[in-house]
Design a binder for this molecule. Sequence first.
Ligand code: ZN
Length: 126
Amino acid sequence: MNEKSTLKPDEIRKIIWGLSLRRAKLQNKLFTPHQMIEGCIHKIYKKCGNPKCYCVTGKKHGPYWAISKKTGGKTKITYISDTGTVKKAFAYKKYNKDLATLRKINEKIYYWLRILRDKNTVSYEK
Ligand SMILES: [Zn+2]
């Protein structure tokens, strides 16, 4: 039994309704994904190796964009040269973030539905 909530069933239904609207909106967005590129996008600054370059003591070169991807225990980094690819990599990141948000909303709905169940449940004894 979950005794945590002191809210009335109508208030709980209102919360669930609100969460459902958020979920529907997010789901609708996830229905039509853009072209994406798998991996984790990184902004990289680095030293060039020239001992006379300003980057030895000062500001590093960059930013450069790169995608890191784990394959067989190793992380492979691939530099990106065009903005279209950067956008596709960011689309992938955003999609995964939205999926995580969707899961959290679902968990909340599940949580509140269980409270509703428990508010209407007694144990049967003779
Ligand atoms: Zn340099």
